[in-house]
Write a protein that binds this ligand. Sequence first.
Ligand code: ADP
Ligand code: MG
Length: 587
Amino acid sequence: MTRLLNEPDDFGTEMVAGFAAASGRWVRAVPGGVVRSTTDAEPTVSLVIGGGSGHYPAFAGLVGPGLAHGAAMGDIFASPSARQVHAVAAAADRGRGVLLSYGNYAGDVLNFDAAQDRLRAEGVDCRTVVVTDDVWSAGPHERARRRGIAGDLAVFKVAGAACAAGYDLAGVERVARLAGDRTRSLGVAFDGCTLPGADGPLFTVPDGQMAVGLGIHGEPGIDETAVPSAAGLAELLVTSLLAEVPDGLSASGARVVPILNGLGSVKYEELFVVYGTVHRLLAEAGIEVVDPEVGEFCTSFDMAGASLTLLWLDTDDGELERLWTAPCDTPAFRRGRVSPGTGPQVAAAPQPAAGDPIADAGPESRACGARVAAAVAAVATELYAHADELGRLDRVAGDGDHGIGMDRGARAARGAAADAAGRGAGAGTVLVRAADAWGDRAGGTSGAIWAALLDELGRALGDETAPDARAVADAVRAAQRAVERAGGAAVGDKTMVDALVPFAATLDGRVSAGDDLSTAWAAAADAADDAAEGTRELAARLGRARAHGDRSIGTPDPGAVSLALVVRTAGDRLWGPGPGEPGAPSC
Ligand code: ADP
Ligand code: MG
């Protein structure tokens, strides 16, 4: 459990501030995370890594000479927002391009991809290598779908060394991909982790049992077995990983880096006991162990567990081994001697502040903006009330954070919407500001999706007039398409799209049939409810729950349930009878 905290809500922010204060030799804080506090003599390609917090030393502990140039730091277990990734990358860029690299989670992919699009639009050459080392999260023929765990270190280290060696962006990308192809991991857990302020663990593993293949956010394991001895665990990890030797290599005679990783509350001493057997078993398989690492490299808050990663080094010219063993100096990972950095890093990109000027709006749209802000506030209240229930639904096959994320996003959106409305914003701008704030604070897949949805809704409605029923139905359709574009989900994948599509279609159909907005919206909200309930029968095919799709059968999709809740609440506030305005027909 987390014993030392102030306000649970502030934990993430305070942790970043403290980390930066303690690590000024290597990093300095910028909006969205940290970048190096030193510069290389010659500009290089910049490696920008990141992900949710709670995995220290991943990711911020790996920023420094010879390794990463910046880390985007999301809230605990929540992907950084696109805005955070963009701001860190813009601060780290030295004009030679940026490689984004991070573990493969749907929320991170959405947010890093959106940041990449924005960087490219600004003329920054930006590429991405996603880490997919967790062998038990998908089969060998679906390697691109695997999660990223402690193998992050192997990919980041190789890429960072290539940056330092002066490789161009294509070269850095090439070796990062090669390292990713050569990295395999498997993790186990004996007990769950408890996030700051939570009154119980995010998940549990039965006493005396060990979850095999459990993800670093508590995504359920694939198997459960009795806790073995240290030697038994070493044997399980080595045997499983040697069952998947990378293409073109064979174990006998191979040069391999083992990384034995503690996940949060396993002692170094225990790890060393396990490592003794790992080392012997690798040697017995004919493997030449190179430069092994034992310690904490990617944790899962206070989870009790361990993982083993193998990085297969062999290349004709020894390139991977050279890059893995090259010197680096970061808060949490150092080796050899690097030449001292000089001078300060480039300045951070300016952040759009809440005080940014508000676009002019027509009087009707301003009145509508105020109603929209009130609806956002009502949604925040409702999501707060349902946060535990949404978390429980997400825990079945996902990671249990859906309620926390929606609550955090909606609360931030409420503040931004109220601020914008208070300064005379029209409906469109209120929604766009709410979208920015939601995406920034919520994190996770649903944070990015809700940011895309609200942003498109705002852009489609605009600030000129109060939208009529047709305009609202069209804007909802546009928002639906934006969600489909951002996440690539279709009806039947068991996501919020399953509720959004019937909602948009019913609204559209009822408005076309001549219903007023209030009636049409209520019917559409019913359709969303029914569809959310209908997801109970489906197996998840996308997102974090995909790895355990079948486990989700019988439980509705949390994102679909929350979408139905949001549209119901927003509709009641927007078009239900307000004080003194019975059945107000439009915005
Ligand atoms: P995370 O999965 O990152 O922990 P949340 O738990 O907040 O994020 O949200 C999970 C919800 O996100 C799922 O229940 C599903 O409705 C939705 N979701 C997941 N992937 C997609 C996608 N590709 N497109 C649309 N919605 C998605
Ligand atoms: Mg989740």
